[in-house]
Design a protein around this ligand. Sequence first.
Ligand code: ATP
Ligand code: MG
Length: 139
Amino acid sequence: MRTNRTFTMIKPDGVANNHIGAILNDITTAGFKIVAMKYTQLSTDLAGKFYAVHAERPFYKDLVAFMSSGPIVAAILEKDNAVADFRTLIGATDPAKADVGTLRNKYAQSIDANTVHGSDSDENAEIEGAFYFTAFERF
Ligand code: ATP
Ligand code: MG
């Protein structure tokens, strides 16, 4: 299992608020290399599959509706200790609790519209990267 890759999405609010450029700049300035990247929009079906792990949670329906509400940017990132370092860069799930200077502190509005996704384990980074990119696109 790789330990130097993570998967991210700039969520619909980050794209709608014109933060793609600033967020990618923050990500690369923090030392992450972009391995693969795609601008696309999830159907409700695909958003439901991506977040299937949360299917029993009360916020699942809203999460799926939000994540399919507009375009997103999906990317695979590379850096030593990628998963943990990227979670530090994005900050807490609730932007109100995110440390100053983190992406969610700088760009996010609410726990629903929290601007950036980051994988929570090496295993999920691999699964999530494969959800969006073919083997050829993520060599
Ligand atoms: P992400 O997986 O998007 O990077 P995360 O790992 O910080 O976020 P998760 O626990 O995986 O948080 O939850 C997935 C998403 O579901 C969150 O980003 C958030 O938008 C939403 N969510 C999580 N907890 C709540 C909650 N208590 N109320 C509303 N929405 C929530
Ligand atoms: Mg998560």
